[in-house]
Design a binder for this molecule. Structure first.
Ligand SMILES: [Zn+2]
Length: 400
């Protein structure tokens, strides 16, 4: 795939070199992009794993200074986490990925122009749609029309483009590495501002946001869930239940098989009326999303809706089903009842995740499972010390 006929790599890489030397704070990010030549992509585009798809014809037709601008444009989609932010749009907006892409290009291109970068003809700016400069794409979105030819790839609008490779076909950047690159770039930008002072406003605000010490509850909650599942999976490493393959070669000796069982997980949802439904639904979506990611899905997860009593026990097969759980209960709350019901199941869960506002009695002593509580609301009461607690507060960037 490297060296596909017709790609002038020297020119393309000279343009990247130029972009990185003119703006050294972008160098690490620019050099983290893997080049994938593709005749199917119109100009250049990126996927979620920082693979940069490049049209050989576009490279041939575009002067180096403009190509340098496009390099910065593409890496800006990734640094600004456009795909992550697109994932968090309301569902109806997420589906309109061409429009999302136009809004994102507007967010990037006014900064690039203010920075003196050249872009090829056809580059879109907020002014093209009568919109003010210096806004975020979420703000531009209602005011821009879709453009059929505007497709910067899943690294921008989130939807895989037809020309994108699958996961392992070319080296890429992981989500964790991407976060580290964003931080390093933001720090380099602030150092640049301290030394010389010139940075477009959009980039300056972006760097401030990245370095803000706001803790996103989603990250903390998903970290706690991952950790609990890994713990539960590793807690029963050795078992004699299944003989290992080596046992066949050693007659008469039973060797323990190394297993990493996928643990069962129960989610107990507090449906009492004091809960904010949006935050509760967001917390539930986050938990089920992480469980899917770590391979705990389908019939290994049970969801219990609970107020003073356990009302319903639902096994979830897909995220879509979660939306159908009745989240309205009412009356008193006792999460202890929900935890007890979860642990009474025939296939006992090793991890129990409780989503609650915290106004509930807790079991008198620590249950024999890993217990994670996501506390929804501004100032929830403190549960006993043995409950691992994550506070689900207002989402950063959204008003409380
Ligand atoms: Zn773009």
């Amino acid at each position: 795939m490297d060296g596909a006929p017709g790609l002038d790599r020297t020119k393309l890489l000279a343009a990247r070199f130029r972009a990185a030397t003119d703006r050294p704070y972008l160098a690490s990010a620019l050099y983290s992009l893997t080049v994938v030549p593709s005749a199917a992509v119109q100009t250049m585009g990126v996927d979620r794993r920082w693979r940069c798809y490049v049209s050989p014809a576009f490279v041939a037709a575009t002067p180096v200074p403009h190509l340098a601008g496009v390099w910065v444009h593409e890496v800006a989609h990734l640094l600004r986490d456009h795909h992550g932010r697109a994932d968090r749009l309301p569902e109806a907006a997420r589906g309109e990925h061409r429009r999302v892409n136009v809004a994102q290009d507007c967010e990037i291109n006014d900064d690039l122009r203010a920075d003196g970068l050249l872009l090829p003809e056809g580059a879109l700016y907020p002014g093209d749609f009568g919109l003010p400069e210096g806004r975020l794409f979420e703000e531009y979105l209602p005011g821009v029309p879709p453009q059929p030819e505007c497709d910067c790839g899943s690294g921008a609008h989130g939807l895989p483009a037809p020309w994108e490779l699958d996961g392992s076909a070319a080296p890429g950047v992981s989500a964790v590495e991407a976060d580290a690159l964003r931080r390093a770039t933001a720090e380099a930008m602030q150092a640049h501002v301290r030394a010389r002072g010139a940075l477009p406003g959009g980039w300056r605000r972006w760097a401030e946001r990245v370095l803000e010490p706001v803790v996103d509850w989603r990250r903390v909650l998903s970290g706690a869930v991952r950790e609990a599942v890994a713990w539960a999976g590793g807690a029963a490493d050795y078992t004699y239940r299944r003989p290992s393959r080596r046992a066949a070669a050693t007659p008469g000796v039973v060797l323990p098989a190394l297993r990493r069982p996928v643990p069962r997980v129960a989610i107990v949802v507090d449906t009492s009326c004091s809960m904010g439904e949006d935050d509760l639904a967001a917390a539930l979506a986050e938990v089920t999303g992480v469980l899917r990611e770590v391979g705990v899905g389908g019939n290994r997860v049970s969801v219990l809706a609970c107020d003073a009593d356990v009302r319903t026990v639902t096994r979830i097969g897909s995220a879509a089903q979660v939306g159908r759980i009745e989240l309205d209960g009412g009356g008193g709350t006792d999460m202890g009842a929900g935890i007890a019901a979860a642990l009474a199941a025939r296939d006992r869960p090793r991890v129990v995740i409780v989503l609650t506002d915290g106004y509930t009695p807790w079991p008198a002593e620590a249950p024999s499972c890993r217990l994670v509580a996501a506390l929804v609301g501004a100032d929830p009461p403190v549960p006993p010390a043995w409950v691992e607690t994550v506070h689900v507060g207002p989402t950063p960037g959204r008003s409380a």
